[in-house]
Ligand binder design. Structure first.
Ligand code: HEC
Length: 119
């Protein structure tokens, strides 16, 4: 009888743990992961053409308007860069490209948008 109570107790605890562990308060994934791909892309496009002023050097479609900028529409070039490399370059700047002072979610959105420019 005693062991049955023990087992029931364990099951109850497991249930409670599951209940508590699945609440939104645990926040294991960063908030940006909850942003749908479409929303992230739209945010990236807005920043690219707006606050980031990326469009000034990278053109509306990713074709550079300054001589030393890479062609962002070049799918082969894109494959040679990881998302981490792109994030770092955008956040810290590279060569004559200025650093973009944005939130991690902004940077993530810009990388997503840059990826969408590949043809
Ligand atoms: C003043 C012009 C200028 C602006 C503004 C600019 N870039 Fe650039 N960007 C460049 C140049 C030049 C390079 C090439 C840097 C190098 O390789 O030395 C570059 C490189 C890049 C790269 C490739 C980085 C790599 O790791 O090779 C990405 C991605 C990029 N820019 C995205 C952006 C985004 C997104 C923005 C807006 C937040 C932006 N750029 C704003 C000029 C600019």
């Amino acid at each position: 009888m005693q062991s049955k109570t023990f087992v029931a107790g364990l099951a109850g605890m497991a249930f409670l743990t599951t209940l508590l562990g699945s609440g939104p308060a645990t926040g294991r994934a960063p908030a940006t992961r909850d942003e749908s791909a479409g929303k992230r892309l739209a945010r990236g496009k807005r920043l690219y053409n707006g606050a980031g002023a990326c469009v000034a050097c990278h053109g509306t479609d990713g074709r550079p308007t300054v001589p030393d900028a890479p062609d962002l529409t070049d799918a082969d070039w894109q494959r040679q860069r990881t998302d981490e490399e792109l994030s770092k370059s955008i956040a810290n700047g590279k060569g004559t490209m200025p650093a973009f002072k944005g939130s991690p979610a902004d940077i993530e959105a810009l990388v997503a948008y840059v990826r969408s420019l590949a043809r």
